[in-house]
Design a protein around this ligand. Sequence first.
Ligand SMILES: [Fe+2]
Length: 269
Amino acid sequence: MMFRIVFLVSFFYIFVTNKHLNSFTTAMFSIFNKKTRVDNIEWLGVDIHSHLLPGLDDGSPDLDTSLNLIQKLHEIGYHKFICTPHIFTELYPNSSETILPALSAVKNALVKRNSSVQIAAAAEYMIDESFKIHPGLLTMGDKFILIEMSYLNETPNIEQVIFNLQVKGYKVILAHPERYLFYHMEKQRFERLNDMGVCFQLNLLSVSGYYGKEVKKIAEYLLEKKYYDFAGTDLHHEKHLDLLVNSVTSGLLYEKLGAYPFKNKEVFL
Ligand SMILES: [Fe+2]
């Protein structure tokens, strides 16, 4: 009987002290492990993909909307923007003739507001049979060209087009590779494009699950592989803005991407 009592008391003692020990260890661990919460996006600073120019595509419809979106993005830490309206013959037949006047209108309005925001324009080229290489292509930085494909199928001659661009000295950035579902079961295509020297641009909302679980998973895979060079908002409207602002101000975006070596600041010359 005595033995049983001693055993139970010892067991209880070990349980209690261990429990305290465990809480102490957990508390110490969380103090040392506490990450700094970063609630802005100064660490990225430059956006290289957006639809902020007014009246050109499925992005901002008018100047006031553009200015409002830019101001809100500025408030969370963006100082420089390279706007990239769609150039897609079937739907948005833009060119420098439509894009540059829209850029000037926004620039002038920003000057009138004494805004310190810097803004430039390139384009997001849909690579389909109508795409032609010509000297007037709108690029960013040192001849970086942003391209996209249909979400339904890989452009059949995509490698040839990329090669043709590279031969002419262009550096190809593929917009949001994580969103091309046809690549999800063929991850070797990412590897192939990466081997060809194609830069990948992540959509920031992909890591928050906005485009679905699968897209999020592939974005995480490509981040792990270090295949991305750039990150962009691909911002079209207020809904994108609200989600982005939330993920930035909550500190979650920095937690997920803050340590990744994006090169956005290198392309705004
Ligand atoms: Fe886009």
